[in-house]
Design a protein around this ligand. Structure first.
Ligand SMILES: *Cc1c(COP(=O)(O)O)cnc(C)c1O
Length: 402
């Protein structure tokens, strides 16, 4: 995998033209006084959890995502788990997942005893490759979990055609792409089930949190039950009915999202459009400033996609002598918080050991992994921060020879 024989000469941050005094993180939340006031208000109210803020947050998510129902849960991972459980996936079932993603996109299947099957990605976009998907479908395949890598929606028209042809459920892991769209159709309206994450680096945050949206009332009801131990009525419904009886219908979890978290999310989602606009502006600055940097190529954007820019990823041309790990180290030494998204899931030791996956199964993702670098991108980033990052990158790739 990674090329240990770097052909980049060592460099010291001393010869960097402009040294930052403060480190630049790769991602960071944007919190306002209104966000803080909304949380304080809930803390002074009778309901810290299963209260009215949960439904209000769910209604706001459903509206932003163009879907009939939203179910708030405790994390993006819990959202994926609830989606998989609501579809009734279990032992004997296979689900196709792109390998270029965070491990949670595949782990959620193992929680229910279903089997992830790893598909390769398009080398230009790092989105699930429909050709690879179709090759992997067999009589055990029940669903696809597509991933809107970096905040770019997949081509759900194509994925939906394949899913319908083979009778598969289509799930979108949209942890990166709340607020993005495809020809004006919002992420959340493009797949059967769409999951979001509200971790601090994601498009909006609750601290921790997640949600699933769908137009299927039955699936939504099942997920509400699943997040509450598989019990058919929650605490507030029982107290409204002055009733103590309840029944546990199936095995669920405590995946509830508290009113404290939902108050923050509800306040944050009011600014979703401005966050996305700002992320797109930062991406434009990068696009413009990177054009004359040979060997550094931003990922491609599909023509129909209105990108959410959760992250800004470039490929460093290894055939031109650029060694990603060397550039990574140099950027970190220049106080630029670069990252790498992601090590392909099928190469994690757990998957190699338990599913027998390994090198060679997804060649496009494997070679991309050696070349990708995530540059800082968040809503409060300034044009000066972008200039610092590009100057550091120019410095970091200098004196690398082919
Ligand atoms: C962040 C993320 C998740 C998990 O979300 P959490 O809220 O951290 O549990 C799942 N899939 C992808 C692609 C992610 O980036």
């Amino acid at each position: 995998m990674s090329t240990a024989n770097s052909i980049c000469l060592p460099r010291e941050p001393d010869d960097l033209p402009h040294q930052r005094t403060t480190p630049l993180p790769y991602g960071r939340q944007s919190l306002s006084a209104d966000d803080i006031a909304a949380v304080v208000e809930v803390l002074q109210s009778p309901w810290l959890t299963t209260g009215p803020c949960v439904e209000r947050f769910e209604a706001a998510i459903a509206a932003a995502a163009g879907a009939d129902h939203a179910v708030a849960v405790s994390s993006g991972t819990a959202a994926l788990h609830a989606a998989v459980a609501s579809l009734g996936l279990g032992p004997g079932d296979q689900v196709i997942v792109p390998t270029m993603t965070f491990a949670a996109s595949a782990n959620c299947l193992l929680y229910q005893g279903a089997r992830p099957v790893f598909a390769d990605v398009d080398p230009q976009t790092l989105l699930l490759d429909p050709t690879s998907l179709e090759r992997l479908v067999n009589r055990h395949t029940r669903a696809v979990i597509a991933v809107d890598y970096a905040g770019q929606p997949c081509d759900y028209d194509v994925l939906g055609q394949i899913a319908r042809k083979h009778g598969l459920a289509l799930v979108a892991d949209a942890a990166h792409s709340l607020g993005a769209s495809d020809r004006g159709r919002p992420v959340g309206s493009l797949a059967d089930l769409t999951t979001f994450s509200f971790h601090p680096v994601k498009p909006i945050t609750c601290g921790e949190g997640g949600a699933i949206v769908t137009n299927d009332a039955g699936l939504a009801q099942r997920m509400r039950q699943f997040r509450n131990h598989g019990i058919n009525l929650d605490f507030r419904q029982r107290s409204q009915m002055a009733a103590h009886r309840y029944e546990m219908i199936e095995l669920g979890f405590n995946y509830r999202l508290s009113d404290i978290h939902c108050a923050l999310g509800l306040s944050q989602i009011q600014r979703l459009d401005s966050f996305i606009a700002r992320r797109r502006a930062v991406a434009r600055w990068y696009d413009q400033q990177l054009v004359d940097l040979p060997g550094v190529a931003p990922l491609a954007v599909r023509e129909a996609a209105e990108h959410g820019y959760h992250i800004y990823v470039v490929r460093l041309d290894s055939s031109a002598g650029l060694d990603r790990d060397t550039v990574f180290q140099r950027m970190r030494s220049a106080k630029i918080g670069v990252n790498v998204h992601y090590p392909p899931v099928h190469l994690h030791p757990y998957y190699r050991e338990h599913l027998g996956t390994g090198v060679g199964m997804c060649p496009q993702a494997e070679s991309a992994y050696d070349e990708i670098l995530t540059l800082p991108l968040f809503a409060e980033m300034t044009e000066d921060d972008v200039a610092d990052t590009v100057a550091a990158l120019r410095w970091a790739i200098a004196e690398c020879r082919a």
